[in-house]
Design a protein around this ligand. Structure first.
Ligand code: GSH
Length: 277
């Protein structure tokens, strides 16, 4: 982060006339005092420029249990990908206080669904809306491929994930820490799995040369398919080698390892998601 010789006030003054940084994610400077290099995340530069940077004004992300809440994982990964600082508030789904929690001011705007993002007076719910709100705030390139063709496909894949794959979602609820033996998918669930593997294969082969993720570097499509990777692991879905390699890269991503560890440490158990339906 910032070198001590470089105060927030000085930075704000320097950058208030700047048109903004998009595309670049980190910028390196050299201090005049010590000639030592230091780098800043462009998200912070843009926030200074807009005069919004206040050390105590962190966004709040309301999520459900990390072990079970797949939409929360998407919202949380999107918040991580934004590079912005946020406070996470975990509300246990279907726990003894769930009905009361749903009525609380912080969850009410979504009518009782998580995730929700509070950014001062702004409230955004629904994982896709949260990701798009954050992309508006920090720049599209942080989430989406720059290339039009790749971005078109990434957007379509994310939209399809958000609206489809009902059989997979209902037969294989996310349960990060669990491994189920003997899962037999229905024909509809098999079709969902085959469709997803086809999408992954196309993204990886056409656009994945820059890294191990769907479109090379980690982005919006990985945010949205992360819970599917968790489901494929939990329900021991056989997958071809390219998909296994992608799943391993995602599972070993540092944000995922943090989420997995937190899931394993949660004490809440939702019985209906602990057995095969
Ligand atoms: N389309 C919403 C779905 C949100 C959703 O269904 N969240 C689940 C948890 S994964 C929830 O809050 N369930 C509580 C309930 O239905 O009462 C999104 O993308 O965020």
């Amino acid at each position: 982060m910032c070198h001590p010789a470089c105060s927030p006030a000085k930075l704000q003054k320097s950058f208030e006339k700047w048109p903004g940084w998009t595309g670049l994610h980190r910028v390196t400077f050299v201090t005049f005092v010590t000639c030592r290099p230091f780098s800043l995340d462009t998200v912070w530069l843009n926030l200074y420029r807009r005069g919004h940077a206040r050390w105590d004004a962190r966004m709040k992300l309301i999520i459900g249990n990390k072990n079970y809440s797949s939409w929360s994982l998407r919202g949380w990964l999107a918040a991580k990908q934004s590079g912005l600082s946020f406070e996470e508030i975990v509300v246990p789904l279907f726990g003894e206080n769930w009905e009361a929690d749903k009525q609380s001011g912080q969850i009410m705007p979504s009518s009782g669904k998580v995730p929700l993002l509070w950014d001062e007076e702004v409230v955004v719910w629904d994982s896709l809306a949260i990701m798009e709100y954050l992309a508006d705030k920090v720049g599209r390139d942080r989430f989406w491929p720059k290339d039009d063709v790749a971005r078109g496909m990434a957007r379509a894949m994310v939209a399809e994930m958000h609206s489809s794959f009902q059989a997979l979602r209902s037969e294989c609820p996310m349960n990060v820490r669990k491994r189920f033996d003997g899962f037999e998918p229905s024909e509809a669930c098999k079709a969902d799995i085959i469709r997803i593997l086809g999408l992954w294969a196309e993204a990886r082969s056409r656009f994945g040369s820059g890294g191990p993720f769907l479109f090379g570097t980690f982005g919006a499509a990985d945010v949205f398919f992360a819970p599917v990777v968790s489901r494929f692991i939990s329900y021991q879905i056989p997958v071809p080698g390219f998909a296994a390699a992608y799943m391993q890269a995602l599972w070993e991503h540092e944000w995922m390892t943090g989420w997995i560890e937190a899931s394993e440490n949660e004490e809440w158990v939702i019985e209906q998601y602990e057995t095969l339906s």
